[in-house]
Ligand binder design. Sequence first.
Ligand code: H2U
Ligand code: ZN
Length: 346
Amino acid sequence: MVEYPHRRLNILTNEWVLVSPHRTKRPWQGQVEKIPAEILPEYDPLCYLCPGNERAGGHRNPNYNSTFVFENDFAALIPVEQPEITEGTPFFQSKPEFGKCLVVCFSPRHDLTVPEMDLEMITRVIKAWANASAELSTIPQIKYVQVFENKGAVMGCSNPHPHSQIWSQSELPNEVDKELKSQQEYFSKNNHLLLLDYLEEERKSKERILFSNDSFSALIPWWAVWPFETLVLAHRAVPNLAALNEKEIRDLAEIYQKLTICYDNLFEISFPYSMGFHQAPNDGTPHPEWVLHAHFYPPLLRSATIRKFMVGYELLAMPQRDVTAESAAERLRGLPGIHYKKRNQP
Ligand code: H2U
Ligand code: ZN
């Protein structure tokens, strides 16, 4: 294993990451994150996502007993056409953005997180994402649908009630635009899919693979920036969540469950992260180059209380990590498959 400073290329974004494996021994005297309280009620009368409760803005949630989808009351994008902005100078460019934002509650239970849910429930969550994405994609102005989940207060999640968000919009966001260019370029040059060829190489080497089933693999990508960043990759050229069949949805649910259990077991806490799916653009053209995948970006580094900061050098120069992707994968692979709360029960 390489122990000296080196760069690795992220083939999806075409950006380099600096890796400094020799630095992991440095002492830490910085901020220590507080461990969030673990005991939550099954129902919280003050929670705006719990069944039957009133949300900010005056809407009342139904008494739902499975998943529940509603339009975000404080949406970042709104489904109203705005006039073109004509500034007439290259220095002040802007464009109106049309869109629609949803919130997807995973369960009526305020206290359940994904790693504690059964496969049936997780399957329903994936179906809710797929259906909502498909519905948003029928809106003529919508070119892209971003499904994402912020978990834990350190990731800016405003409420522990298990939920995710969907933002859909009329232009491609930056990250997706970069991924589209890389996948299209590789496809037109090689007549192969970038992510499927990459997966084949990863499966040969096995070093960074965490686990796989028939339809999906979870791995620490070669170019990972966050200490325990993972990539969940489909095994075929499936463009989006709505194109998954029943068996694939089930397999994705299994990987999502296994990965989040693995994360929780790492420091025996409810592990924070931001995750999201990258689906093919919904721009009216076929996307044979695209492979559906999810990125998980967890901030924790060495313990439940030590997080990685993306600060000085990362903000000003380029992303950098200390622990290699290979050693992070080894660490995650070595963890038990049963959730720590279940193991620790008397
Ligand atoms: P996060 O916790 O991932 O930030 O998501 C919560 C979202 O829920 C947030 O986007 C919305 C916020 O706008 N929300 C409502 O739509 N209604 C409410 O009553 C409170 C929060
Ligand atoms: Zn709640």
